[in-house]
Design a protein around this ligand. Sequence first.
Ligand code: PXP
Length: 244
Amino acid sequence: MQNKPFMTKLSVNINKIATIRNARGGNMPDVLQAAKDCERFGAQGVTVHPRPDERHIRYQDVRDIRPVITTEFNIEGYPSESFISLVLEVKPHQVTLVPDPPGVLTSNAGWDTIKNETFLKEVIALFRKNNIRTSIFIDANPEMIRNAAKTGTDRVELYTESYAKNYPVNKEDAIGPFIVAAKIASEVGLGLNAGHDLDLNNLKYFAQNIPGILEVSIGHALISDALYFGLENAIQLYLRQLRV
Ligand code: PXP
C-alpha cells in the first residue's frame, strides 16, 4: 500500500481539563502535565482556547504551556486586544481566530469573511509578521471560504458542528458541504483544518472523505472518552480514526 504524503494531525484541546481543575480551585488535574502527556501519548499538537472570563484555560496557563510544547501549539480565540497581546507574547505555532462573542458557551459560528474582511486582514497581517501561522474558523460555506483567501490567512478551520449533528441522520448528506468546502479551499490555496463536535463515531468518515485535512482539533468528546479509556488510550483511539 502506498503511504499517504501526510497524516491528519490530531491537536488535543485541553480546555476541559482546566474546567475540572477550576471547579476546586487547586491544581488537580495539572493542566501543564496534561499538555505534556497529550504529546507523550501521541497527539501531534495541543490546543487551548482562553476566554475573557478565564473559566477554563487561563492566560497564565497559556504562558506556562508554551515552553513545554514540542509539537504544535495552537491558541484559539476571538482577537480582542488582550488576546492579540497574549498571542504575540507567547508566539504559538498557530493562532485560530474565532468570532465568538465574549460570554458564549462554546464557538457557535464561523466568521463572516465578507463583513469582517478588513478586520481579519489587519489582525492576520500582524500575526504573520510575527511568524505565527493563522487559521480562521469558518462554516462550510463556499462564499465565505472564497473570501477567506482575501484575508491573507494561511488556513481555515472548518466548523464541523453541522457535520456532527447530521452524521447520525445521513452521513452522505452531512459530509457533502464539507467536500465542496475542501475543494474550494484547495482551489484558492488555503490549508485546511477542522474541528468542533468531532468524536469517535464521526471522525473516521470525515477523515476518509476529506483527505487533504491537515489538522483536527478535538476537545470535549476526547476528554470525555478519557474518563472511560484513560487519556493515552483515548488519544490512540482518535489517532487510529485518522489513519485512513
Ligand atoms: N475548534 C474551535 C474553534 C473551538 O472553539 C473548539 C471548542 O473549543 C473546538 C475546535 C473543539 O471542539 P470540541 O470541544 O467540540 O471538540
